[in-house]
Design a protein around this ligand. Structure first.
Ligand code: GDP
Ligand code: ZN
Length: 291
């Protein structure tokens, strides 16, 4: 018996990487009976023939998490990529990506790319705000080759899904991390941008330095409607230390003696973030009303 990671699944065959070889495996009937479908990223036990490199999957290890778009299990982190300029950072969109990643329970790294185009270094204010949350921030330029080593370090030995609007530079960055990746990733993200809805399965690409990246960008469409208003605060990590509110079910809106609002007044929580919280809260309450 061997143990490996599913890096690809096509038509009932799963490609399992044990670190020494890739084995083509079929899932046993018991998975179908139990209604479990193996996912890319799953750690699995396999029984294989070492000559043909073929075999069967015996067991799927418990998943630490599960993403829907792309369908990948055991993701370590999401790299949210935005351009400092061209286009300017859309703060609402950036925060939406952060909320989505928090919802999946993923570790988040933000990469602000194209800093070569930001002559006034406007990105620094965004970076400081994000760091205060605290999120790890990497600043890069694929044109001036800035920050690429930081990016490599962040990706090494981890399974990462890239996310962020198209044109932010995800393909360009990955191509610098590992030569030959761009064609693949660029092609796929462009397919998605055109709105073609092909059911295709995600694939994990091995990085030569160690670690894996998903070949499709994450959360190309964002849905926030399955969050309960009471749970929204959990997705704002910087609220955590200030939740000493008078009411245990405080929504940090119009309630008196609210720790979050006090922190806002003291400048410990960013007004932009709090305003975004309120706008989402309003949206989620409205959704609940229609349910
Ligand atoms: P993706 O859609 O996120 O994969 O973005 P791409 O990697 O396709 O890049 C979009 C455009 O931005 C391309 O024309 C790139 O050449 C350009 N670009 C990427 N990174 C940088 C950068 O650091 N600086 C500048 N000036 N342009 C960049
Ligand atoms: Zn409160």
């Amino acid at each position: 018996m061997k143990t490996g990671v599913i890096t690809k699944g096509i038509g009932g065959f799963y490609y399992v990487d044990t670190g020494e070889a890739i084995y083509e495996c079929r899932a046993r009937g018991k998975f179908r009976l139990m209604d479990i479908s193996p996912l890319v990223g799953d750690v699995v036990d396999i029984e294989v023939d070492d000559v043909s490199k073929k075999g069967y999957m015996l067991e799927i290890h418990t998943r630490s998490n599960e993403m829907v778009r792309p369908a990948i299990a055991n993701v370590d982190q999401v790299m949210v990529v935005f351009a400092a300029k061209s286009p300017d950072i859309n703060m609402t969109l950036l925060q939406k990506f952060l909320i989505y990643a928090e919802q999946v329970g993923l570790n988040i790294v933000v990469c602000i790319n194209k800093i070569d185009l930001d002559e006034n270094q406007d990105y620094k204010a965004v970076m400081e705000m994000l760091q205060s949350i605290p999120y790890k921030v990497i600043t890069t330029s694929t044109k001036k080759l800035i920050g690429i080593d930081d990016l490599k370090l962040a990706l090494k030995d981890k399974t990462t899904v890239f996310a962020g609007p198209s044109g932010a530079g995800k393909s360009s960055l990955l191509n610098l991390v590992q030569e030959g990746l761009m064609l693949k990733i660029g092609d796929l993200s462009k397919k998605i941008d055109r709105g073609t809805h092909t059911t295709r399965h995600a694939e994990l690409i091995n990085l030569n330095m160690g670690g894996r990246v998903a070949d499709t960008p994450g959360f190309t469409s964002l849905e926030l409607n399955n969050i309960e208003p009471e749970m929204l605060e959990e997705l704002f990590p910087e609220f955590r230390k200030y939740k000493d509110c008078k009411f245990t079910r405080c929504l940090h809106d119009s309630e008196p003696q609210c720790g979050v609002k006090a922190a806002l007044q003291d400048g410990k929580i960013s007004t932009m973030r709090y305003d975004y919280y309120l706008s989402l809260l309003k949206e989620l309450k409205a959704i609940r009303r229609y349910k």
